[in-house]
Design a protein. Structure first.
Length: 305
């Protein structure tokens, strides 16, 4: 009996020693976790909580690391959005101030009688055009803010896209003729059904056509529509000066303006708005271009069953 009691005592002491050792190890791990979290809270996002898979705190460490990863991702998105908003405000200040300053200058010249009788009409016309440029820019800016706010709502419905597209393009014919741009519209006389918001679709087509007129220096524009497997495809192609390869991958980004190959006129928001509208209606958009030869925008929407 004495032997058994002694053995039990030894086992108890051994287990107690193991438990005590584990307790010390866990305490040390928790202390390290606390220090790491404090460091992360101070802004050092590179720190992570380390734990071996066989440690008792391993699962807790992994969960905390997931929270830290999520936190860092949110911080990154916030900083990116903050920087983008700073750029937007800078661009807004410049793009609004420039035509506004010119507009005020011409109106002041007219008001003070500086303009000669020969220049009077030219001053009036220039002021009018600058006022329209300013209005167009503000309209685009308003559209972009609305599109990225909680107020924006889509009203998709099943639409016969061929007829809708023809009706949209009818309004562009006088502008094509005025700008001396030869136009080719290739839309088959058969129904193309898809689910889109008709107003948003009209904005997409108008923005893409306006982009050609404003930036491409093209003499020919071609608008095509066809069904391709399960998609309805709209292609808008011009024979203008094209877009460099380095710029092509960025043209749908907010505020991006090509340094070469296109006019620098514009807000840098038009194509960003187009991409967002297309994607919000479950579509896809891409662009192809060869400098000094052509640019083509390709929009795809799922065909309705």
């Amino acid at each position: 009996m004495t032997y058994i009691l002694g053995l039990l005592l030894c086992v108890s002491l051994f287990l107690g020693g193991i438990s005590f050792a584990k307790l010390i190890s866990i305490r040390k791990q928790i202390q390290e976790m606390s220090e790491t979290l404090s460091d992360i809270g101070s802004g050092n996002g590179n720190r992570k909580i380390l734990a071996a898979s066989n440690e008792l705190t391993a699962e807790l460490s992994y969960k905390l690391n997931e929270i830290v990863y999520s936190y860092e991702e949110q911080i990154y998105k916030f900083r990116t959005a903050d920087e983008a908003n700073r750029q937007l405000m800078t661009s807004l200040s410049h793009d609004v101030r420039t035509p506004l300053t010119t507009l005020i200058g011409y109106l002041d010249a007219i008001h003070r009688g500086v303009a000669s009788p020969e220049d009077y009409e030219n001053y009036i016309e220039t002021a009018r055009l600058k006022a329209h440029d300013l209005k167009n820019y503000i309209d685009v800016l308003f559209d972009w803010f609305k599109l990225n706010s909680s107020e924006f709502t889509l009203y998709p419905q099943q639409i016969e896209l061929a007829e809708l597209t023809r009706n949209i393009l009818k309004n562009w014919v006088p502008i094509f003729e005025e700008k001396r741009i030869h136009f080719e519209i290739e839309i088959p006389e058969k129904p193309f059904l898809t689910n889109v918001d008709p107003d948003c679709y009209e904005r997409i087509i108008n923005n893409l056509v306006q982009n050609v007129i404003s930036h491409s220096q093209a003499s020919i524009i071609t608008i095509q529509m066809e069904k391709e497997e399960t998609n309805i495809v709209v292609r808008i192609k011009d024979n203008g000066i094209g877009i460099n390869e380095a710029d092509l991958q960025h043209i749908f980004e907010r505020l991006y303006k090509c340094d070469k190959g296109r006019s620098d006129k514009g807000s840098g928001l038009g194509l960003s708005i187009v991409r967002q509208l297309v994607e919000k209606m479950n579509g896809m958009i891409e662009a192809e271009s060869e400098p000094n030869h052509y640019t083509i925008f390709i929009v795809r929407f799922p065909a309705a069953n």
